[in-house]
Design a protein around this ligand. Structure first.
Ligand code: FAD
Length: 305
């Protein structure tokens, strides 16, 4: 068996594996897509100490760093079940069963898609999902935020300080965000709020140049000219396969303590799949390191070597 078996090969899983391998213990990573969400990112400017890089380049350097250690990397493999028996058993979709004395879950998350024409085509060309990441790219420009829940309204407030103008678009009659956030966003002079608006298309040529929505009250189609669209309709943790096996919160995020431990002894978790307050590369890496050290601590106390 592995001493530490990491499920998920994004920033959190890579950090967990490197920290584990550096203890000289048998470490494996199983990942559907090595690099995770970073593969879908163009420019990254907030990995502290690395002024600017690009997603694919960063994934390559993550992988090179992981491969520098004796880590068993199993790519293009998807886990479908995790079960605690004598050891912890991870069943893959191809039927294989991997065993670990400890397991670190780092399966990440995915942004809920709007699923309108233009969204896919203009990803990284004006369509964005993360205001902390991509806000500064739109400095001085006009953008829309789609989604009137807490994350949408927070994004509108955040972006209003960076861009020229924000149009906040909500599908239903009212914003759903906390009252204090609604008051704050309404007080901002460069934010326009449009409710009852169903986004129908993101338009552009080589980059985004506008957005079309349908006024749900009048049925009228309207156009907004802008350079960026932030889609804020939810971040979904990749934890469906863990339902019933591990304690999660109402959003499906794995609940962890300050050592990265879950409610099942020997199973740890890190990164965007957990109930961590914020979801970023540096934060995921930090929590991956924490979970690895937590797993190591657990092993020296509980597991016969
Ligand atoms: P992920 O990166 O999501 O990795 C999850 C891993 O688990 C992947 O290897 C995946 O294939 C694997 N996996 C999932 N399910 C299974 C399964 N059942 N079995 C096996 N493997 C599985 N953050 C920043 O700090 N700066 C930025 O500029 C930035 N820009 C972003 C731009 C975009 C477009 C997106 C989508 C995100 C951006 N982020 C950015 C957020 C950042 O990418 C995430 O916070 C970070 O990747 C989370 O790392 P993670 O390891 O927890 O999860």
């Amino acid at each position: 068996p592995f001493d530490v078996l990491v499920v998920g090969g994004g920033p959190a899983g890579s950090a967990a594996a490197i920290y584990s391998a550096r203890k000289g213990i048998r470490t494996g990573i199983v990942a559907e897509r090595f690099g995770g969400q970073v593969n879908d990112t163009l420019s990254i400017e907030n990995i502290i100490g690395t002024k600017a890089t690009e997603g694919p380049a960063f994934v390559s350097s993550l992988e090179a760093h992981v491969l520098d250690y004796e880590i068993d990397v199993m790519k293009s493999q998807r886990a479908k079940k995790v079960e605690k028996k004598d050891l912890i058993e991870v069943t893959l979709e191809n039927g294989a069963v991997l065993k670990g004395k400890t397991v670190i879950l780092s399966t990440g998350a995915r942004y809920r898609q709007l699923e309108v024409p233009g969204e896919e085509k203009f990803k990284n060309k004006g369509v964005a999902y993360c205001p902390h990441c991509d806000g500064p790219i739109f400095k001085g420009k006009d953008v829309a935020v789609i989604g009137g829940g807490n994350s949408g309204v927070e994004a509108a407030i955040d972006l209003a300080g960076v861009v020229n103008h924000v149009t906040l678009i909500q599908r239903s009659e009212e914003l759903k965000a906390d009252k204090v956030l609604q008051e704050r966003v309404r007080s901002l002079k460069n934010v326009t709020i449009i409710t009852n608006a169903l986004t129908t298309e993101i338009t552009g040529t080589d980059k985004v140049n506008g957005l079309t929505y349908k006024d749900r009250k009048t049925g009228e189609e309207k156009q907004i000219v802008l350079q960026g669209v932030f889609i804020q309709i939810g971040l979904l943790p990749n934890t469906e396969f863990l339902q019933g096996a591990i304690e999660m919160n109402a959003h499906g995020e794995i609940i962890v303590d300050k050592h990265g431990a879950t409610n099942v002894s020997g199973i740890f978790a890190a990164g965007d799949c957990t109930d961590t307050a914020y979801k970023q590369i540096v934060i995921s890496m930090g929590s991956g390191a924490t979970a690895a050290l937590g797993a190591f601590d657990y092993m020296i106390r509980n597991v016969d070597s």
